[in-house]
Ligand binder design. Sequence first.
Ligand SMILES: [Zn+2]
Ligand SMILES: [Zn+2]
Length: 168
Amino acid sequence: MAASSSSRSRPPSRTALAEQSAGRGVRLTRQRKILLDLIDKTGQHLDAERLYQLAKEKDPKLNRVTVYRTLKLLKEGGLVDELDLMHQAGEQHFYETRRKQEHAHVICLGCGKVEEFFGEPLQRLRKQIEAHFGFEIVLARTEVGGYCSHCQSLRAQELEKAAAAARP
Ligand SMILES: [Zn+2]
Ligand SMILES: [Zn+2]
């Protein structure tokens, strides 16, 4: 029998998850702390190269290899999430802290702009999935691709131009 979702306490917050994971063996060395703080504070989705540039400003001794290795460690330790954001930037991956509240990424396939959607529907979806499959969700990643209002009007103009050109 599936446990009703209402009998469950709220899922642990991201912070709690991050702390659990931290207890699981990711020691916060100076380099790791620099990177984690950067990812935390910018609140943006930065790729490894950009993070390396920013980290180097804090500690000139940091090299690229260390930064990439550290990101991998933070990811494995459950402290950061690695995102591909619908591969809008090719093979590039982006990082964000797990301390942030769960959100969906809304990605414009035209200009690559990324919005974050926070809200109760995500928690509801999570609960429904858990109840439906008797599943315990540890992490959820929601990505939505489409066109922002700016790119929609650009596309409409282009279509119009193409239609006009095709007219005899
Ligand atoms: Zn756009
Ligand atoms: Zn995000």
